[in-house]
Design a protein around this ligand. Sequence first.
Ligand code: CAA
Length: 387
Amino acid sequence: MSFPLYAPAEEHDMLRETVRALADEKIAPHAAEIDETEEFSWDVYKALVAADLHAVHVPEQYGGAGADALATVIVIEEVARACASSSLIPAVNKLGTVPLLLSASEELKSRYLAPVARGEAMFSYALSEPEAGSDAAAMKTRAVADGDSYVLNGTKMWITNAGVSEYYTLMAVTDPSAGARGISAFVVEKSDEGVSFGPKEKKLGIKGSPTRQVILDNVRIPADRMVGAPGTGFKTALATLDHTRITIAAQALGIAQGALDFAIGYVKERKQFGRPIADFQGLQFMIADMSMKLEAARQLTYHAAAKSERAMAGEPQKDLTFLSSAAKCAASDAAMEITTDAVQLLGGYGYTKDFPVERMMRDAKITQIYEGTNQIQRMVMARQLLK
Ligand code: CAA
Protein backbone atom coordinates (compact mmCIF):
# COMPACT_ATOMS: atom_id res chain seq x y z
CA MET A 1 0.00 0.00 0.00
CA SER A 2 1.31 3.37 -0.93
CA PHE A 3 -0.11 6.56 0.57
CA PRO A 4 -0.29 9.95 -1.14
CA LEU A 5 2.71 12.03 -0.15
CA TYR A 6 1.86 15.46 -1.37
CA ALA A 7 -0.21 18.14 0.21
CA PRO A 8 -1.54 20.81 -2.16
CA ALA A 9 0.56 23.60 -0.66
CA GLU A 10 -0.50 27.19 -1.05
CA GLU A 11 2.73 27.91 -2.95
CA HIS A 12 1.76 25.34 -5.57
CA ASP A 13 -1.66 26.93 -6.02
CA MET A 14 -0.11 30.37 -6.36
CA LEU A 15 2.41 29.06 -8.86
CA ARG A 16 -0.42 27.56 -10.92
CA GLU A 17 -2.24 30.91 -10.98
CA THR A 18 0.93 32.72 -12.07
CA VAL A 19 1.72 30.27 -14.85
CA ARG A 20 -1.89 30.16 -16.05
CA ALA A 21 -2.03 33.95 -16.27
CA LEU A 22 1.22 34.06 -18.24
CA ALA A 23 0.16 31.19 -20.50
CA ASP A 24 -3.26 32.76 -21.18
CA GLU A 25 -1.70 36.10 -22.01
CA LYS A 26 1.55 35.27 -23.77
CA ILE A 27 1.29 31.69 -25.06
CA ALA A 28 -2.32 30.72 -25.85
CA PRO A 29 -2.81 33.51 -28.42
CA HIS A 30 0.11 32.12 -30.46
CA ALA A 31 -0.59 28.39 -30.11
CA ALA A 32 -2.52 28.01 -33.40
CA GLU A 33 0.11 29.97 -35.30
CA ILE A 34 2.95 27.94 -33.77
CA ASP A 35 1.15 24.77 -34.91
CA GLU A 36 0.45 26.17 -38.37
CA THR A 37 3.95 27.51 -39.07
CA GLU A 38 5.74 24.58 -37.40
CA GLU A 39 8.30 26.99 -35.95
CA PHE A 40 9.88 26.94 -32.51
CA SER A 41 8.67 30.09 -30.75
CA TRP A 42 11.60 32.11 -29.43
CA ASP A 43 9.05 34.67 -28.20
CA VAL A 44 7.47 32.06 -25.94
CA TYR A 45 10.92 30.97 -24.82
CA LYS A 46 11.81 34.58 -23.93
CA ALA A 47 8.51 35.00 -22.04
CA LEU A 48 9.21 31.84 -20.05
CA VAL A 49 12.78 32.95 -19.32
CA ALA A 50 11.60 36.40 -18.22
CA ALA A 51 9.24 34.73 -15.74
CA ASP A 52 11.92 32.18 -14.75
CA LEU A 53 9.68 29.30 -15.84
CA HIS A 54 11.84 27.77 -18.59
CA ALA A 55 13.79 25.33 -16.38
CA VAL A 56 12.29 25.66 -12.91
CA HIS A 57 13.71 22.38 -11.64
CA VAL A 58 17.37 23.51 -11.69
CA PRO A 59 18.53 23.65 -8.05
CA GLU A 60 19.35 27.01 -6.49
CA GLN A 61 23.00 26.05 -6.02
CA TYR A 62 23.38 26.10 -9.83
CA GLY A 63 21.52 29.38 -10.17
CA GLY A 64 18.08 27.88 -10.77
CA ALA A 65 14.66 28.45 -9.24
CA GLY A 66 14.96 25.19 -7.28
CA ALA A 67 11.33 24.18 -7.84
CA ASP A 68 10.33 20.76 -6.52
CA ALA A 69 9.04 18.02 -8.81
CA LEU A 70 5.39 18.86 -8.14
CA ALA A 71 5.95 22.54 -8.91
CA THR A 72 7.69 21.53 -12.13
CA VAL A 73 4.69 19.36 -13.05
CA ILE A 74 2.35 22.30 -12.43
CA VAL A 75 4.42 24.59 -14.66
CA ILE A 76 4.47 22.06 -17.50
CA GLU A 77 0.76 21.33 -17.05
CA GLU A 78 -0.25 24.97 -17.24
CA VAL A 79 1.94 25.75 -20.25
CA ALA A 80 0.60 22.62 -22.01
CA ARG A 81 -2.98 23.70 -21.30
CA ALA A 82 -2.27 26.60 -23.66
CA CYS A 83 0.30 25.09 -26.05
CA ALA A 84 1.76 21.58 -25.90
CA SER A 85 4.76 22.51 -28.07
CA SER A 86 5.74 25.27 -25.66
CA SER A 87 5.47 22.96 -22.65
CA LEU A 88 8.41 21.03 -24.08
CA ILE A 89 10.66 23.94 -23.13
CA PRO A 90 10.52 23.29 -19.36
CA ALA A 91 9.99 19.54 -19.89
CA VAL A 92 12.96 18.90 -22.18
CA ASN A 93 15.22 21.18 -20.16
CA LYS A 94 14.48 18.85 -17.28
CA LEU A 95 14.95 15.70 -19.38
CA GLY A 96 18.34 16.84 -20.67
CA THR A 97 19.67 17.87 -17.27
CA VAL A 98 18.39 15.15 -14.92
CA PRO A 99 21.19 12.79 -16.07
CA LEU A 100 23.66 15.42 -14.81
CA LEU A 101 21.78 15.97 -11.57
CA LEU A 102 21.78 12.22 -10.95
CA SER A 103 25.26 11.26 -12.05
CA ALA A 104 27.60 14.05 -13.13
CA SER A 105 30.57 15.52 -11.29
CA GLU A 106 30.06 18.82 -9.48
CA GLU A 107 32.29 20.48 -12.07
CA LEU A 108 30.11 19.30 -14.97
CA LYS A 109 26.91 20.28 -13.14
CA SER A 110 28.12 23.81 -12.46
CA ARG A 111 29.43 24.24 -16.00
CA TYR A 112 26.25 23.14 -17.76
CA LEU A 113 23.34 23.82 -15.41
CA ALA A 114 24.06 27.50 -14.84
CA PRO A 115 23.59 28.57 -18.49
CA VAL A 116 20.32 26.60 -18.60
CA ALA A 117 19.12 28.32 -15.44
CA ARG A 118 20.03 31.71 -16.91
CA GLY A 119 18.03 30.95 -20.06
CA GLU A 120 21.11 31.08 -22.27
CA ALA A 121 20.97 27.45 -23.38
CA MET A 122 18.48 24.60 -23.63
CA PHE A 123 19.33 20.96 -22.98
CA SER A 124 18.06 17.94 -24.94
CA TYR A 125 18.31 14.19 -24.34
CA ALA A 126 19.60 11.84 -27.02
CA LEU A 127 18.94 8.15 -26.40
CA SER A 128 16.95 6.76 -29.36
CA GLU A 129 18.35 5.80 -32.74
CA PRO A 130 16.76 4.77 -36.05
CA GLU A 131 17.09 1.08 -35.10
CA ALA A 132 16.96 1.47 -31.30
CA GLY A 133 13.66 2.92 -30.11
CA SER A 134 11.87 0.78 -27.50
CA ASP A 135 14.99 -1.40 -27.38
CA ALA A 136 17.18 1.52 -26.39
CA ALA A 137 20.13 -0.66 -25.34
CA ALA A 138 20.51 -1.80 -28.97
CA MET A 139 22.05 1.57 -29.83
CA LYS A 140 25.01 1.68 -32.23
CA THR A 141 26.45 5.16 -31.70
CA ARG A 142 30.07 4.69 -30.67
CA ALA A 143 32.32 6.70 -28.39
CA VAL A 144 35.95 5.62 -28.66
CA ALA A 145 38.53 6.77 -26.13
CA ASP A 146 41.54 8.52 -27.65
CA GLY A 147 43.95 10.08 -25.14
CA ASP A 148 42.06 12.71 -23.15
CA SER A 149 39.16 12.66 -25.59
CA TYR A 150 36.33 10.53 -26.87
CA VAL A 151 35.49 10.42 -30.55
CA LEU A 152 31.79 9.95 -31.28
CA ASN A 153 30.15 8.59 -34.41
CA GLY A 154 26.52 7.70 -35.05
CA THR A 155 22.99 8.98 -35.48
CA LYS A 156 20.51 9.77 -32.73
CA MET A 157 16.84 10.03 -33.74
CA TRP A 158 13.59 11.65 -32.52
CA ILE A 159 15.51 14.22 -30.52
CA THR A 160 13.10 16.77 -29.12
CA ASN A 161 14.23 20.39 -29.52
CA ALA A 162 17.27 19.29 -31.54
CA GLY A 163 18.91 22.25 -33.18
CA VAL A 164 17.44 24.79 -30.75
CA SER A 165 19.19 23.21 -27.76
CA GLU A 166 22.84 24.07 -27.16
CA TYR A 167 23.52 20.96 -25.08
CA TYR A 168 22.69 17.25 -25.36
CA THR A 169 22.99 14.40 -22.91
CA LEU A 170 23.87 11.71 -25.38
CA MET A 171 24.20 7.99 -24.75
CA ALA A 172 26.84 6.07 -26.73
CA VAL A 173 28.51 2.67 -26.66
CA THR A 174 31.98 2.72 -25.10
CA ASP A 175 32.31 -1.07 -24.73
CA PRO A 176 30.49 -3.05 -27.44
CA SER A 177 31.12 -6.35 -25.64
CA ALA A 178 29.24 -5.30 -22.49
CA GLY A 179 25.66 -4.69 -23.75
CA ALA A 180 23.69 -2.20 -21.62
CA ARG A 181 26.68 -2.02 -19.24
CA GLY A 182 28.86 -0.82 -22.12
CA ILE A 183 26.89 2.39 -22.66
CA SER A 184 28.12 5.73 -21.32
CA ALA A 185 26.54 9.18 -21.16
CA PHE A 186 28.19 12.36 -22.46
CA VAL A 187 27.45 16.05 -22.78
CA VAL A 188 27.67 17.01 -26.44
CA GLU A 189 27.43 20.62 -27.52
CA LYS A 190 25.71 21.87 -30.64
CA SER A 191 28.89 23.77 -31.51
CA ASP A 192 31.16 20.70 -31.29
CA GLU A 193 32.81 20.12 -34.64
CA GLY A 194 31.12 17.27 -36.51
CA VAL A 195 27.67 17.72 -34.92
CA SER A 196 24.86 18.28 -37.40
CA PHE A 197 21.09 17.88 -37.47
CA GLY A 198 18.73 16.07 -39.80
CA PRO A 199 15.71 17.79 -41.36
CA LYS A 200 12.75 18.53 -39.07
CA GLU A 201 10.39 15.56 -38.89
CA LYS A 202 6.95 16.37 -40.34
CA LYS A 203 4.75 15.41 -37.43
CA LEU A 204 1.07 15.03 -36.53
CA GLY A 205 1.41 17.33 -33.51
CA ILE A 206 3.79 19.24 -31.23
CA LYS A 207 4.77 21.00 -34.43
CA GLY A 208 6.33 23.98 -32.66
CA SER A 209 9.00 21.77 -31.13
CA PRO A 210 11.59 20.60 -33.63
CA THR A 211 12.24 16.84 -33.72
CA ARG A 212 15.43 16.04 -35.61
CA GLN A 213 18.25 13.58 -35.86
CA VAL A 214 21.51 14.48 -34.15
CA ILE A 215 24.30 13.28 -36.40
CA LEU A 216 27.81 12.75 -35.03
CA ASP A 217 30.64 12.64 -37.52
CA ASN A 218 33.98 12.16 -35.76
CA VAL A 219 32.96 14.46 -32.92
CA ARG A 220 35.92 14.81 -30.56
CA ILE A 221 35.02 15.86 -27.02
CA PRO A 222 37.11 16.07 -23.83
CA ALA A 223 36.86 12.92 -21.69
CA ASP A 224 35.62 15.00 -18.75
CA ARG A 225 32.34 15.45 -20.56
CA MET A 226 31.37 11.93 -19.59
CA VAL A 227 28.42 11.94 -17.19
CA GLY A 228 29.29 9.53 -14.37
CA ALA A 229 31.57 6.52 -14.76
CA PRO A 230 32.12 4.57 -17.99
CA GLY A 231 29.40 1.98 -18.53
CA THR A 232 26.80 3.69 -16.33
CA GLY A 233 25.10 5.66 -19.12
CA PHE A 234 22.19 3.30 -19.71
CA LYS A 235 21.30 3.14 -16.03
CA THR A 236 21.48 6.91 -15.81
CA ALA A 237 19.28 7.16 -18.89
CA LEU A 238 16.61 4.88 -17.38
CA ALA A 239 16.86 6.44 -13.93
CA THR A 240 16.30 9.81 -15.62
CA LEU A 241 13.10 8.56 -17.24
CA ASP A 242 11.82 7.55 -13.80
CA HIS A 243 11.73 11.28 -13.03
CA THR A 244 10.81 12.70 -16.40
CA ARG A 245 8.00 10.37 -17.49
CA ILE A 246 6.12 12.30 -14.81
CA THR A 247 6.67 15.49 -16.79
CA ILE A 248 5.11 13.85 -19.86
CA ALA A 249 2.16 12.93 -17.66
CA ALA A 250 2.02 16.62 -16.72
CA GLN A 251 2.02 17.62 -20.37
CA ALA A 252 -0.82 15.18 -21.06
CA LEU A 253 -2.83 16.56 -18.12
CA GLY A 254 -2.41 20.09 -19.41
CA ILE A 255 -3.44 19.24 -22.96
CA ALA A 256 -6.50 17.38 -21.65
CA GLN A 257 -7.44 20.23 -19.29
CA GLY A 258 -7.23 22.71 -22.15
CA ALA A 259 -9.56 20.57 -24.28
CA LEU A 260 -11.99 19.94 -21.42
CA ASP A 261 -12.19 23.62 -20.47
CA PHE A 262 -12.81 24.60 -24.07
CA ALA A 263 -15.48 21.92 -24.56
CA ILE A 264 -17.32 22.91 -21.37
CA GLY A 265 -17.44 26.53 -22.53
CA TYR A 266 -18.70 25.44 -25.94
CA VAL A 267 -21.53 23.14 -24.84
CA LYS A 268 -22.92 25.88 -22.62
CA GLU A 269 -23.06 28.30 -25.58
CA ARG A 270 -23.98 26.08 -28.50
CA LYS A 271 -27.75 25.78 -28.99
CA GLN A 272 -29.55 22.97 -30.80
CA PHE A 273 -33.19 21.90 -30.51
CA GLY A 274 -33.82 25.28 -28.90
CA ARG A 275 -31.51 24.91 -25.92
CA PRO A 276 -27.82 24.74 -24.97
CA ILE A 277 -26.47 21.29 -25.80
CA ALA A 278 -25.11 21.18 -22.21
CA ASP A 279 -28.75 20.44 -21.21
CA PHE A 280 -28.56 17.00 -22.81
CA GLN A 281 -27.70 14.24 -20.39
CA GLY A 282 -25.67 12.28 -22.97
CA LEU A 283 -23.26 15.19 -23.19
CA GLN A 284 -23.31 15.80 -19.45
CA PHE A 285 -22.18 12.22 -18.90
CA MET A 286 -19.36 12.70 -21.39
CA ILE A 287 -18.17 15.82 -19.53
CA ALA A 288 -18.37 14.01 -16.20
CA ASP A 289 -16.35 11.05 -17.52
CA MET A 290 -13.71 13.34 -19.06
CA SER A 291 -13.28 15.22 -15.82
CA MET A 292 -13.19 12.04 -13.73
CA LYS A 293 -10.45 10.48 -15.89
CA LEU A 294 -8.44 13.68 -15.81
CA GLU A 295 -8.60 14.09 -12.04
CA ALA A 296 -7.67 10.42 -11.45
CA ALA A 297 -4.61 10.78 -13.69
CA ARG A 298 -3.72 14.06 -11.98
CA GLN A 299 -3.73 12.54 -8.50
CA LEU A 300 -1.51 9.68 -9.69
CA THR A 301 0.86 12.12 -11.37
CA TYR A 302 1.17 14.36 -8.30
CA HIS A 303 1.77 11.33 -6.12
CA ALA A 304 4.53 10.18 -8.50
CA ALA A 305 5.98 13.71 -8.46
CA ALA A 306 6.17 13.66 -4.67
CA LYS A 307 8.04 10.34 -4.87
CA SER A 308 10.38 11.78 -7.49
CA GLU A 309 11.15 14.71 -5.22
CA ARG A 310 12.02 12.42 -2.33
CA ALA A 311 14.23 10.28 -4.53
CA MET A 312 16.03 13.38 -5.84
CA ALA A 313 16.61 14.46 -2.25
CA GLY A 314 18.51 11.22 -1.67
CA GLU A 315 15.75 9.03 -0.24
CA PRO A 316 15.38 6.15 -2.75
CA GLN A 317 11.74 5.25 -3.50
CA LYS A 318 11.20 1.61 -4.43
CA ASP A 319 7.99 2.29 -6.33
CA LEU A 320 9.14 5.34 -8.30
CA THR A 321 9.77 3.34 -11.49
CA PHE A 322 6.28 1.85 -11.30
CA LEU A 323 4.59 5.13 -10.43
CA SER A 324 6.26 7.23 -13.10
CA SER A 325 5.34 4.71 -15.80
CA ALA A 326 1.81 4.44 -14.39
CA ALA A 327 1.38 8.22 -14.32
CA LYS A 328 2.69 8.67 -17.86
CA CYS A 329 0.54 5.84 -19.17
CA ALA A 330 -2.65 6.82 -17.33
CA ALA A 331 -2.37 10.54 -18.09
CA SER A 332 -1.54 10.09 -21.76
CA ASP A 333 -4.31 7.52 -22.33
CA ALA A 334 -6.71 9.87 -20.52
CA ALA A 335 -5.52 12.83 -22.62
CA MET A 336 -6.13 10.93 -25.85
CA GLU A 337 -9.66 9.98 -24.77
CA ILE A 338 -10.50 13.43 -23.39
CA THR A 339 -9.24 15.35 -26.42
CA THR A 340 -11.05 12.96 -28.79
CA ASP A 341 -14.27 13.49 -26.80
CA ALA A 342 -13.71 17.26 -26.86
CA VAL A 343 -13.60 17.15 -30.66
CA GLN A 344 -16.82 15.09 -30.55
CA LEU A 345 -18.56 17.63 -28.31
CA LEU A 346 -17.81 20.38 -30.83
CA GLY A 347 -19.14 18.23 -33.68
CA GLY A 348 -18.14 19.45 -37.16
CA TYR A 349 -16.59 22.59 -35.68
CA GLY A 350 -14.31 20.46 -33.53
CA TYR A 351 -12.88 18.90 -36.65
CA THR A 352 -11.70 22.24 -38.03
CA LYS A 353 -8.73 24.45 -37.30
CA ASP A 354 -11.14 27.25 -36.32
CA PHE A 355 -11.17 25.70 -32.84
CA PRO A 356 -8.22 24.50 -30.75
CA VAL A 357 -9.47 21.03 -29.85
CA GLU A 358 -8.30 19.29 -33.05
CA ARG A 359 -4.78 20.58 -32.34
CA MET A 360 -5.02 19.34 -28.77
CA MET A 361 -6.13 15.91 -30.00
CA ARG A 362 -3.14 15.76 -32.37
CA ASP A 363 -0.78 16.97 -29.65
CA ALA A 364 -2.11 14.46 -27.12
CA LYS A 365 -1.12 11.52 -29.32
CA ILE A 366 2.61 11.96 -28.81
CA THR A 367 2.28 11.60 -25.05
CA GLN A 368 1.32 7.93 -25.60
CA ILE A 369 4.49 7.44 -27.65
CA TYR A 370 7.52 9.34 -26.41
CA GLU A 371 9.62 8.75 -23.30
CA GLY A 372 8.66 5.13 -23.93
CA THR A 373 5.50 3.93 -25.67
CA ASN A 374 2.63 3.03 -23.40
CA GLN A 375 3.28 -0.60 -24.28
CA ILE A 376 6.81 -0.16 -22.83
CA GLN A 377 5.31 1.55 -19.75
CA ARG A 378 3.09 -1.46 -19.16
CA MET A 379 6.11 -3.73 -19.54
CA VAL A 380 8.07 -1.63 -17.03
CA MET A 381 5.17 -1.72 -14.57
CA ALA A 382 4.70 -5.47 -14.93
CA ARG A 383 8.43 -6.09 -14.44
CA GLN A 384 8.33 -4.10 -11.21
CA LEU A 385 5.29 -5.99 -9.98
CA LEU A 386 6.57 -9.45 -10.86
CA LYS A 387 10.23 -9.20 -9.85
N1 CAA B 1 16.73 2.93 -13.11
C1 CAA B 1 18.05 2.55 -13.04
N2 CAA B 1 18.51 1.44 -13.64
C2 CAA B 1 17.63 0.68 -14.31
C3 CAA B 1 16.26 1.01 -14.41
C4 CAA B 1 15.82 2.20 -13.77
N3 CAA B 1 14.54 2.57 -13.82
N4 CAA B 1 15.64 0.06 -15.13
C5 CAA B 1 16.58 -0.83 -15.46
N5 CAA B 1 17.77 -0.46 -14.98
C6 CAA B 1 19.07 -1.15 -15.11
C7 CAA B 1 18.92 -2.65 -14.87
O1 CAA B 1 19.05 -2.96 -13.51
C8 CAA B 1 20.06 -3.20 -15.70
O2 CAA B 1 21.28 -3.06 -15.01
P1 CAA B 1 22.16 -4.36 -14.59
O3 CAA B 1 22.50 -5.04 -15.86
O4 CAA B 1 23.32 -3.78 -13.88
O5 CAA B 1 21.24 -5.19 -13.73
C9 CAA B 1 20.14 -2.24 -16.88
O6 CAA B 1 19.51 -1.03 -16.46
C10 CAA B 1 19.42 -2.76 -18.10
O7 CAA B 1 18.09 -3.01 -17.73
P2 CAA B 1 17.16 -4.03 -18.48
O8 CAA B 1 17.85 -5.33 -18.62
O9 CAA B 1 15.83 -4.01 -17.84
O10 CAA B 1 17.12 -3.35 -19.93
P3 CAA B 1 16.31 -3.70 -21.24
O11 CAA B 1 17.23 -3.66 -22.37
O12 CAA B 1 15.45 -4.90 -21.02
O13 CAA B 1 15.39 -2.39 -21.43
C11 CAA B 1 13.48 -1.00 -21.18
C12 CAA B 1 14.56 -1.88 -20.52
C13 CAA B 1 12.55 -0.68 -20.04
C14 CAA B 1 12.71 -1.66 -22.28
C15 CAA B 1 14.17 0.29 -21.69
O14 CAA B 1 14.95 0.01 -22.83
C16 CAA B 1 13.17 1.36 -22.06
O15 CAA B 1 12.71 2.08 -21.18
N6 CAA B 1 12.85 1.50 -23.37
C17 CAA B 1 12.08 2.60 -23.84
C18 CAA B 1 13.02 3.68 -24.29
C19 CAA B 1 12.49 5.03 -24.04
O16 CAA B 1 11.76 5.29 -23.10
N7 CAA B 1 12.89 5.94 -24.88
C20 CAA B 1 12.52 7.28 -24.71
C21 CAA B 1 13.43 8.14 -25.46
S1 CAA B 1 13.46 9.75 -24.79
C22 CAA B 1 12.18 10.61 -25.45
O17 CAA B 1 11.31 10.11 -26.08
C23 CAA B 1 12.21 12.01 -25.04
C24 CAA B 1 11.63 13.05 -25.87
O18 CAA B 1 11.81 13.14 -27.04
C25 CAA B 1 10.83 14.06 -25.17
